[in-house]
Ligand binder design. Structure first.
Ligand SMILES: Nc1ncnc2c1ncn2[C@@H]1O[C@H](COP(=O)(O)OP(=O)(O)OP(=O)(O)O)[C@@H](O)[C@H]1O
Length: 344
């Protein structure tokens, strides 16, 4: 059952910037949906409209069937965690967490019980008396999450909560947050421009572009079956080759493939892990660089017009810069007019 329903929501800023354009999305109970897209695609604006920090120009947002489109943030059953955690630095951790509960008029012992429970949930038991400034960046972000969770929101809204943390900590925290989210079964909308984060955490990913949905699907589907060249190029590493189809054959710069689609321009997409190489004196590509990552190798290669492609290989030592190679893709997709028209 859908808990959060966003219907035809738009946001136009002054100066005619259309940040969000007739956007619709249903989020099911307990689901974690990631809004993923490049900078400026409207992710934060959309999240802020759900949280009540931005007013939609048009459209409707409901939670459990109640229209919340024009309610202020404090009257919505939502909890938002921002990129800059905005903790109160003059208060200790306990007071930061107790603040919202106090406003709700809860008795002292119940506040203590709830704060202790949420501190345990985020792995910070015993940190109540610490000053916020005495915590690491990761700990501060956990407190920010706890401050939202302690108010038991129906919907948790996370706006790039790990953006300021280093890679290692980011990976650890996203696992922790996913664990907590699944344990609490809390419906969550999560904004990120990190595709790894989205692939690792989401039940479904919304790929956004120019304020609109480009694709909504499970992470594995978004990765394996991107519906547009934009999604293909945005998620994971993808070789995109723009060429022409004539008589069922796609060609570009000496590279050719049989594709049973009508004549005309097409974009072919091939993942590096399914682009096999064989050394050949009259090969269509030249190896530019070979990188050995230990577990696998990555070969950068150029077609005759300079189009750069990537191939993942099991034995990088078989290849070297300057070598000519032939390409054998094991799986391809072809796009025309921004839609997928073929997949092998
Ligand atoms: N307060 C504002 N006034 C005017 N334009 C705005 C405002 N906030 C956002 N925009 C514009 O709306 C568009 C979408 O911005 P938004 O911040 O939602 O994108 P985003 O996908 O979250 O980007 P990022 O990943 O960089 O945070 C951008 O063109 C942005 O410049």
């Amino acid at each position: 059952m859908s808990v959060l329903k966003i219907t035809d929501v738009s946001k136009n800023f002054a100066g005619n910037t259309v940040a969000v354009d007739k956007f619709s999305l249903d989020v099911a109970d307990g689901e974690l949906v990631c809004l993923l897209g490049p900078s400026g695609s409207g992710k934060s604006t959309l999240l802020r409209m759900v949280g009540g920090f931005e007013r939609p120009t048009a459209g409707q947002i409901t939670i459990d069937g109640d229209d919340i489109t024009h309610l202020p943030p404090e009257r919505r059953p939502t909890g938002m965690v921002f990129q800059s955690h905005a903790l109160w630095t003059h208060m200790n951790v306990f007071k930061n967490l107790a603040f919202g509960l106090k406003l709700r008029g809860l008795p002292k012992d119940e506040i203590k019980q709830k704060v202790d429970a949420v501190l345990e949930l985020v792995g910070l038991s015993g940190y109540g008396t610490r000053g916020v400034n005495q915590l690491s960046g990761g700990q501060q972000q956990r407190v920010a999450l706890a401050r939202s969770l302690v108010l038991e929101p129906k919907i948790l809204l996370l706006d790039e909560p790990f953006a300021s943390l280093d890679q290692h900590l980011r990976e650890r925290l996203r696992e922790e947050v996913r664990d907590i989210q699944q344990r609490l079964k809390i419906t969550t909308l999560f904004v990120t421009h990190g595709q790894d984060e989205a692939l690792a955490m989401a039940d479904r990913i919304v790929v956004m572009r120019d304020g609109r949905t480009e694709q909504i699907d499970r992470p594995d589907v978004v990765y394996r079956e991107p519906q547009t060249p934009f999604v293909a190029g945005f998620i994971g590493t993808m070789n995109l080759i723009e060429g022409q189809v004539a008589n069922g054959r796609f060609t570009h710069a000496g590279f050719g493939l049989d594709i049973p689609i009508p004549d005309g321009p097409a974009t072919v997409a091939i993942r590096p892990e399914v682009l096999d190489l064989t050394a050949s004196d009259d090969g269509v590509a030249v190896v530019h660089r070979v990188t050995d990552y230990g577990t696998h190798g990555l070969v950068d290669l150029d077609l005759s017009d300079g189009t750069r492609l990537k191939s993942m290989v099991a034995h990088p030592d078989l290849f070297s810069a300057g070598q000519k190679v032939d390409l054998q893709p094991k799986a391809i997709a072809a796009y025309r007019n921004n839609a997928r028209v073929y997949r092998s």
